[in-house]
Design a protein around this ligand. Structure first.
Ligand code: HXC
Length: 510
């Protein structure tokens, strides 16, 4: 017995040391924390319970039988975040570069299955060199098993991936299937094939940072949602995100008690819309003045900035916000912004989170670049996502709602529950000038006539009354009462019941 206890203590100590002091020092020298240090920040104090500390790899090739480290390069288990259960796996770069062996994969699979069975989010911390090169195909099988679990859990429990070092080869596809990817600036990168392979295959010389750093994925590719300064800040933001999410699709997101919006009016919003219809303003001002305490968690702030998406709370209940941003490209819908918003809307719909849409959109982006890039299919994703969503949907049109973009942005026609417009709303097929140049083509060249026709069109359509008279807008509300009206609307929708026709699954235009 004594011997067994000593062995137990020694193995635990060995597991906790990871790849040894030198490798831990090298990890720290790169500005990175170790797998276990990260978990101390991510989880509530003393809440962590680890599984499979004694698991070792089974590889006997290349002398691997002589190097076994208990835990095999990944720390797995469960803990709590602000008292709520989460499962985790945290890759340990100091052990075989965090690379994935069959045993390592089995440990991840175990917590994935537990999280799914018990209805709790799973968080993966990535810092690894891909498949364990000494193991070959067994490692590939391990990856595929993990991907399958990711897919089965999609829409059932929230899955979050945090990239905190290298994430290459087999490691990239699991995060890509999960709901959110956060990256650490300067120390993390993601790519399917690294700079060396890129050079061999395409002759392109590129650094890891240029190929797949946090800047690339949060600004250019949109693969990752958010990037933060360091390990600490990133893990803190994961904790903050988890507070907005339900534990599974069987639950609602946690409610902050005792927040009641009483006739609260913010008169500064009455002057938010500039005098000129072409002048931009920051839609985030409206977002922040609508949610409780101005607390808004923006998802994808650096990608497709012409649309703003993220989580907030109203009367303590979590909502998803989708808002056109006139500050960037006049808030136009293009391929990237459509994809970004569609994915966010689908997340909200999977997880019972009502969607508040703020509309100021001049239409879809014209031009060959967009059309060649498949704008029709990408725009259709957004339309599809809004139309299939059965969660409560409240829409506020602040200014422009032109053309197809009016239909797409949670209009009444695609089951918006409450559709409001500010007095400044312009709901029309297109802007007055463009419309006149088409329907009065013969008058082009006669400035006076064109101007008169434009004013006529403007007076007829640049207002919310036509749509309101048709019942497409439920009410025209003053900007200052927006938060109050949304709060009241959400109260009426708490028990909303709506379902779509039975199907195996829809066929979203991917
Ligand atoms: C085994 C690995 C490893 C791997 C790193 N190590 N990657 N061991 N399998 N895949 C080990 C190293 O031998 C080293 O061990 C330690 O981890 C640290 O690695 P370094 O190279 O010294 O670190 P660094 O300079 O920071 O470079 C990190 C790295 C590099 C960029 C990740 O290690 C690298 O390129 N690794 C290989 C990446 C790769 O090609 N993986 C296979 C992808 S294919 P010691 O003992 O010296 O500390 C793949 C297919 C799956 O994943 C597809 C499924 C769909």
């Amino acid at each position: 017995m004594k011997k067994t206890i000593e062995e137990l203590q020694s193995k635990r100590a060995q597991a906790e040391e990871g790849g040894g002091i030198k490798r831990v020092e090298a990890q720290h020298a790169k500005g990175k924390l170790t797998a276990r240090e990260r978990l101390e920040i991510l989880l509530d104090e003393d809440s962590m319970e680890e599984y499979d500390v004694f698991v070792e790899h089974k590889c006997t090739d290349f002398g691997m039988e002589k190097t076994k480290i208990p835990g095999d390069g990944v720390v797995t288990g469960h803990g709590t975040i602000n008292g709520r259960l989460v499962y985790f796996f945290s890759k340990d770069f100091t052990v075989f570069g965090g690379s994935l062996s069959r045993s390592h994969a089995n440990k991840i699979l175990k917590v994935q299955q537990m999280a799914l069975r018990n209805g709790a989010p799973i968080i993966g911390l990535f810092d690894a060199g891909g498949a364990r090169i000494q193991e070959g195909v067994d490692a590939l099988g391990g990856y595929a098993d993990i991907f399958l679990q990711n897919v089965l859990a999609s829409g059932v429990i929230p899955q979050i991936s945090v990239i905190m070092g290298p994430c290459a080869g087999g490691d990239v596809y699991s995060p890509a299937i999960t709901d959110f990817i956060f990256m650490v600036k300067d120390t993390s990168y993601m790519f399917v094939t690294g700079p060396d392979v890129v050079k061999t295959v395409t002759n392109e010389i590129v650094s890891a940072e240029e190929l797949g750093g946090a800047g690339v994925h949060t600004q250019k590719s949109g693969v990752a949602d958010c990037a933060f300064e360091n390990d600490f800040e990133t893990l803190f933001q994961v904790r903050r995100l988890v507070d907005f999410l339900p534990s599974s699709n069987n639950e609602k997101a946690p409610v902050r008690p005792n927040v009641l919006v009483k006739n609260e009016h913010d008169y500064s919003l009455d002057s938010l819309i500039p005098k000129s219809p072409n002048q931009p303003y920051d839609i985030k001002e409206l977002v922040e003045k609508t949610v409780d305490d101005g607390d808004f968690f923006e998802i994808g702030p650096d990608f497709a900035k012409n649309i703003v998406v993220g989580f907030g709370r109203i009367e303590g209940h979590v909502v998803g916000i989708v808002a056109n941003q006139p500050m960037f490209l006049a808030g136009v819908l293009d391929s990237d912004s459509s994809r970004k918003a569609a994915r966010f809307i689908r997340f909200c719909d999977c997880f019972n989170i009502p969607i508040i849409t703020m509309v100021d959109v001049p239409g879809f982006m014209p031009g060959t670049k967009q059309e060649y890039g498949g704008l029709i299919k990408h725009g259709a994703k957004l339309l599809y996502a809004y139309a299939e969503a059965t969660v409560p949907k409240i829409t506020i049109i602040t200014r422009k709602a032109y053309g197809g973009a009016y239909d797409v942005m949670a209009s009444k026609h695609i089951r918006g529950d409450l559709n409001y417009a500010w007095p400044s709303a312009e709901i029309a097929v297109m802007g007055a000038k463009g419309a006149v140049e088409i329907i009065f083509r013969a008058d082009i060249g006669d400035e006076e006539k064109i101007e008169a026709r434009t004013s006529e069109y403007q007076a007829r359509f640049a207002n919310p009354f036509v749509a309101a008279s048709l019942g497409y807008i439920d009410d025209i509300i003053m900007p200052h009462e927006t938060r109050f009206r949304i709060a009241k609307g959400l109260r009426t929708l708490r028990n909303k019941k709506l379902s779509n026709p039975w199907k195996k699954h829809g066929n979203i235009p991917l």
